[in-house]
Design a protein around this ligand. Structure first.
Ligand code: ATR
Length: 276
């Protein structure tokens, strides 16, 4: 049998640890498979997905900033269609099928630290593909979500589709909102390489009881999480578990096998320790 090839499309994508994580899982399970990173600008996305299908690539992940655009070039399942963004493509049926495993990954990572999310007031920074997916799941869990985004209209678009979801900007309203927030989640690329020195929220805007979750995993402690530590926040959650859980869900879709979660997490932690 020919080696199965998988990959991740994104821009930037060089710091993605999905290759390290998925290749560790393939190796552990003795599978003849390889996972690669491809830097694909927005305007090349359609060609990249078509080309991947023609080349016999088995499956793809899609990351920043392509998750919403990618929906146009695949057959999304019901959940991905509702969310309006995908992060996983499966070619095994011949048609590129689109799935979204981001929301599930984030909710699992959050619930294992926080428990029940019913009635929790959650403030999400960002309104892109990842924010859409997480908002959808939080809404289903009965949380009250506010999306704070640089482009307020984009957040309003997401909010308009759901009952308990509201949109605000990143200015003074953000600071005011944080005083009544239970969980803060950063879904923007602020804090991720090459913007590792930046954060939208600083220590003076935080309090110890607030849960702070950054879905960025590289660096493992983002500027936001460092600020949270400085503010004495008790529950800080980095992006590693979400990376593992969303990747594991994609792995199940592609291979129909149970991935080794511990091996995947260790591969990510080792790579983060080694540094760039
Ligand atoms: P993804 O699909 O992975 O979520 P995305 O759709 O590109 O990626 O979304 C990135 C998010 O980061 C958006 O909310 C974006 O804000 P805009 O909607 O205003 O573009 C946010 N973002 C990116 N760069 C930012 C910056 N410099 N300041 C504030 N927000 C930023």
């Amino acid at each position: 049998m020919v080696k199965q090839v998988y990959g991740i499309l994104g821009d930037p994508v060089a710091h993605s640890l999905s290759p390290v994580m998925q290749n560790a899982a393939f190796t552990r399970l003795g599978m003849d498979a390889l996972y690669l990173a491809f830097r694909v600008p927005r305007e090349e996305l359609e060609g990249a997905i078509r080309g991947a299908k023609s080349l016999g690539i088995a499956g793809l992940n899609v990351t920043i900033p392509l998750k919403e655009d990618a929906l146009l070039f695949v057959e999304p399942d019901k959940l991905a269609r509702q969310i309006g963004a995908i992060n996983t493509v499966d070619f095994s049926t011949g048609t590129p099928m689109g799935y979204n495993t981001d929301g599930l990954g984030a909710i699992q990572a959050l619930q294992e630290r926080v428990g029940d999310l019913t009635g929790k007031r959650v403030l999400i920074l960002g309104a892109g593909g990842a924010a859409r997916a997480i908002t959808f799941y939080l809404d289903r869990e009965g949380a009250f979500v506010t999306l704070a985004n640089r482009t307020v209209a984009r957040a309003a678009q997401v909010a308009a589709r759901l009952t308990n979801v509201h949109a605000i900007g990143l200015g003074a309203e953000l600071k005011a909102h944080l005083t009544t927030t239970d969980v803060l989640i950063n879904t923007t690329s602020i804090g991720m390489h090459p913007r590792a020195e930046e954060t939208l929220v600083t220590a003076d805007m935080l309090r110890p009881e607030l849960v702070v979750f950054d879905i960025v995993y590289n660096p493992i402690e983002t500027k936001l999480l460092a600020e949270a530590r400085r503010a004495g926040v008790h529950t800080c959650i980095n992006g590693v578990k979400m990376l593992v859980y969303q990747g594991a869900a994609a792995f199940r879709i592609w291979t129909k096998r149970e991935p080794p979660l511990d091996v995947m997490e260790q591969a990510v932690l080792d790579a983060l320790q080694r540094g760039p």
